[in-house]
Design a protein around this ligand. Structure first.
Ligand SMILES: Nc1nc2c(c(=O)[nH]1)N=C([C@H](O)[C@H](O)COP(=O)(O)OP(=O)(O)OP(=O)(O)O)CN2
Ligand SMILES: [Zn+2]
Length: 139
């Protein structure tokens, strides 16, 4: 079995609704997402000979999602007042509403599912909120 890893980072704001502590406040992270994919066999011909997948393709697919999530507010749907949402939208701030609390754990699963849907044999995804705090999801 071979395993390949790549990572990509993005900067965004979030808050943890219902959290008693500083993380209930709007704050930012430079999130780093690490994806590990596996494969039993290497490509036999052509451009990708000797590779499980081309790192370039893997990184491009991961970046598509991290770029979409860059410089925005990532929040759990329904956790801000309607008038707050209207004000943010009026300011044309970019907002990504998720059906779950934007913790490192939930984001790790979110990226796992995104890469699996792209066709990769995903082994695990790890989301770093800070260089010392990370959560990993594996199926
Ligand atoms: N299991 C989890 N715990 C926490 C998460 C999480 O996603 N999963 N998230 C947070 C907050 O988002 C918070 O930003 C992290 O705070 P903290 O651990 O305090 O990190 P700091 O780097 O700011 O810590 P300092 O030691 O104060 O510098 C909370 N918990
Ligand atoms: Zn945080």
């Amino acid at each position: 079995m071979y395993s390949l890893k790549t990572n990509s980072s993005f900067d965004s704001a979030h808050f943890l609704a219902g959290y008693e502590g500083k993380c209930r406040n709007l704050h930012g992270h430079r999130w780093t997402v690490e994806v590990e994919v596996g494969g039993e066999k290497l490509m036999q011909d052509g451009q990708t000979r000797g590779m499980v997948v081309d790192f370039g393709d893997l990184k491009k697919d991961l970046r598509e999602k991290t770029e979409e999530m860059d410089h925005c507010l990532i929040m759990e749907k329904g956790t801000l007042k309607e008038k707050t949402m209207e004000a943010l939208e009026e300011e044309q701030f970019r907002i990504i509403e998720l059906p779950m609390r934007p913790t490192a754990e939930n984001l790790a699963k979110y990226f796992y599912e995104y890469m699996a849907d792209k066709g990769y044999q995903v082994l695990r995804t790890t989301v770093y909120e800070t260089p010392t705090n990370a959560a990993t999801y594996m199926a």
